[in-house]
Design a binder for this molecule. Structure first.
Ligand code: KIV
Length: 383
């Protein structure tokens, strides 16, 4: 039996709707027997993916409600993970306890959603999205407006993790005022909790200006990809005594300027660990070994969401094969559509047999009538 449910019933039964959505869902009841109005008691169960699945009991029978918003599957509820929202205080207390801080990049709603469900402490909307999400050659091409769009979609999927938006090249280097006004846009329009910017001691006045305005700053030293041209490419930093000392000076300067933490990229692990030991703020390493206060990786890299043969930096561990799984699924779909085995019966919407027959009968009668009228008209023309 399929029954249309009123929106007031749904509002009582489905947590989706109590979130104030404007959508007008079509709800189908599956599995209830009998023609009478069912006596409905509702309970809500939560699946392992965190989606709410309201269930209606009809005379001891379980009835599953399907709530449809569009032609795709809805996403968007927070994980069932009850952990509290991560704040600067949470990060500071993890750091003090020696608990490693976990950070990953996300560039859109689904990638943030999965990171949130996996319990990441921090989610970075890194400008690496220029390459992994927008197909640009390098990160220098991405615009503030583009970053803001991605920040907003990540923020919508994130209720627990501490979110950081990466200031793109050209949006903060000219002056502390320029940097502050861009940082304000990231908070107001991008809906993230903090900003990240690349650079060491030379960026201290800028970091000071932003943090003084009440916006947390994550600094980024070592290999700073936005400066790849000046650095002579993507090169490991801090490999000599002098360069390691420069790195330490940078780390101390960004700390002194008010950064709440600092990303240390592509640095020998001894240097990163030594610097970490001298700081009072957490270091988040990427290609900097295991002696930092936390780690960050680009999500597309670590989940294996790229075709075979693509270059992967030495420090990246490939934890999954998202590309392989997506490819397998899409190829199977292609084959099943070509071969006619998809969609199968269970993927179709049923209609009462009498309705189908009535519909086909009506249309056939109409078509026959039209054909006769046409033939009559042609007969008259010939005569
Ligand atoms: O843009 C980015 O994703 C980053 C991380 C790699 C730290 O800056």
């Amino acid at each position: 039996m399929h029954k249309q449910i009123t929106s007031s019933l749904l509002r009582r039964s489905s947590p989706f709707l109590s979130r104030g959505t404007n959508c007008k869902p079509l709800v189908l009841l599956r599995g209830a027997g009998g023609a009478s109005q069912p006596h409905l008691n509702t309970t809500t169960t939560t699946t392992t993916t965190g989606y709410y699945q309201p269930q209606l009991h009809h005379h001891h029978q379980h009835v599953q409600i399907q709530t449809r918003y569009s032609s795709h599957s809805p996403m968007g509820l927070p994980p069932t993970n009850p952990r509290k929202k991560v704040t600067l205080n949470t990060l500071q207390s993890m750091y003090k306890k020696g608990e490693k801080i976990t950070m990953i990049t996300a560039h859109d709603f689904p990638s943030a959603h999965v990171a949130e469900h996996a319990g990441m402490d921090m989610i970075l909307v890194g400008d690496s999205l220029a390459m992994v999400a927008l197909g640009m050659e390098d990160t220098s091409e991405v615009l503030v407006e583009e970053m803001l769009l991605h920040c907003r979609s990540v923020a919508r999927a994130t209720s627990r993790a501490f979110t950081v938006g990466d200031l793109p090249m050209g949006s903060y280097e000219i002056s502390p005022q320029q940097a502050l006004s861009t940082a304000i846009r990231f908070i107001k329009e991008g809906r993230v909790s903090a900003v990240k910017l690349e650079g060491g001691a030379e960026m201290a006045p800028t970091i000071r200006a932003i943090t003084t305005a009440g916006i947390p700053v994550l600094a980024h030293i070592g290999l700073t990809p936005q400066r790849q041209n000046a650095l002579g490419g993507f090169r490991v930093q801090g490999k000599s005594k002098e360069s390691a000392k420069r790195l330490l000076r940078d780390a101390l300067a960004v700390q002194e300027a008010g950064a709440f933490a600092v990303v240390v990229e592509a640095v020998p692990q001894e240097v990163a660990a030594f610097i970490t030991g001298l700081l009072k703020i957490p270091t988040i390493g990427i290609g900097a070994g295991n002696g930092t206060s936390g780690q960050v990786l680009v999500q597309a890299d670590m989940t294996g969401n790229f075709p075979p043969g693509r270059f992967l930096p030495k420090f990246v561990k490939k934890y999954g094969d998202v590309w392989g799984e997506a490819l397998r699924a899409i190829e199977t779909y292609r084959d099943e559509v070509k071969g006619g085995s998809y969609p199968a019966e269970e993927h179709t919407y049923p209609m009462a047999k009498e309705e189908v027959e009535a519909f086909v009968g009506d249309v056939r009668r109409l078509m026959n009538a039209n054909a006769s009228a046409k033939a009559e008209g042609e007969g008259e023309k010939d005569a």
